[in-house]
Design a protein around this ligand. Structure first.
Ligand code: NAD
Length: 292
């Protein structure tokens, strides 16, 4: 069994760390928020006074932090204190450029590293069924894979440094755009007097079929487990979708990719969030499209 440091024990980090403890690993943890440390202690994590103390004896260090600036500042603090030969895994969703800088910091200290953002939300984190999208060398990936397993439903090696973050924002750009498309189709159907169920029955078995329709259907009824059936309680909050769409736009502008629908989706989610929808599930964008 492995000694693991887990930095960032929030909504995602806490259940992920709990699954590592359940798998028999020794987990040292740190977070800035005392309530998160208390929850981690209950899950069997040994809480440390700061991040460098948590990583000092760890063979693997996992970070699950809000954004690129947090990851880079924590990496600057912990990389010099890490055990020789330790592996750094960053599972936060951050911009591709910061992810590459994080790899460079680890590399400066001779440490292997991967970026390994996830999809699957807090439900997947608790169930241990997250999809990990990994970027980094083959050696780093081979070392990371068995560590990620207790937290994962699927693990994909996407390529070199930053490739995991690239896959994550490309996937979520598809998701943001497709949810708006599905929402618009239901709004048009409502105006045309077509029932939600009729549109669902046709589109879910026709060429309009997609995850936004068949798993997160933005109207109540056709998919009883979708957030629309519980007044758009997340799920995947619109504010997080907006974060990922902004990261996609940053990456598009720095790489020269033309993504007009991604840009429009980012704008629509920004407007929805500004009207108070940020904490609702992202499928709640249909309410904004109706003008509610
Ligand atoms: P969160 O805000 O609940 O957790 C982040 C934690 O990091 C907080 O507890 C915060 O106190 C801690 N933190 C910040 N700076 C720190 C520092 N310097 N040292 C130690 N701890 C520090 O967020 P979350 O929902 O757990 O998301 C974490 C990451 O996972 C984000 O990048 C998010 O985009 C991504 N993500 C979230 C979801 C989701 O559904 N919540 C899904 C996929 C990916």
């Amino acid at each position: 069994m492995t000694t693991i440091a887990f930095i960032g024990l929030g909504n995602m980090g806490n259940p992920m760390a709990a699954n590592l403890v359940k798998a028999g690993h020794t987990v040292f943890g740190f977070d800035l928020v005392p309530a998160n440390l208390e929850a981690a202690t209950k899950n069997g994590v040994t809480v440390m006074a700061n991040a460098p103390a948590a990583v000092k004896d760890a063979d693997v260090v996992i970070t699950m932090l809000p954004a690129g600036k947090h990851v880079l500042s924590v990496y600057e603090d912990i990389a010099p204190k890490a055990k020789s030969g330790a592996l750094f895994i960053d599972s936060s969703t951050i911009d591709v450029n910061s992810a590459r800088k994080a790899h460079a910091i680890a590399g400066k200290y001779g440490l292997l590293s991967i970026d390994a953002p996830v999809s699957g939300g807090t439900g997947g984190a608790t169930a241990g069924t997250l999809t990990f999208m990994a970027g980094g060398s083959k050696d780093a990936f081979t070392m990371a894979e068995p560590i990620l397993k207790p937290m994962a439903g699927k693990i994909v090696h996407c390529g070199d440094a930053g490739a995991g973050q690239a896959a994550k924002i490309c996937n979520n750009m598809i998701l943001g755009i497709s949810m708006i498309g599905v929402g618009e189709a239901f709004v048009l159907a409502e105006k045309l007097g077509l029932s939600h169920q009729a549109l669902y029955d046709v589109a879910s078995t026709s060429s309009g079929q997609c995850w936004s329709l068949t798993t997160y259907c933005p109207v109540p009824g056709p998919v009883p487990t979708s957030p629309a059936n519980r007044d758009y309680k997340p799920g995947f909050a619109a504010a997080l979708m907006l974060k990922d769409l902004k990261l996609a736009q940053e990456a598009a502008s720095s790489s020269g990719a033309v993504t007009p629908l991604g840009a429009e989706a980012a704008q629509l989610y920004a407007l929805y969030a500004a009207q108070g929808g940020g904490d609702a599930d992202f499928s709640g964008i249909i309410r904004f499209l109706r003008g509610e």
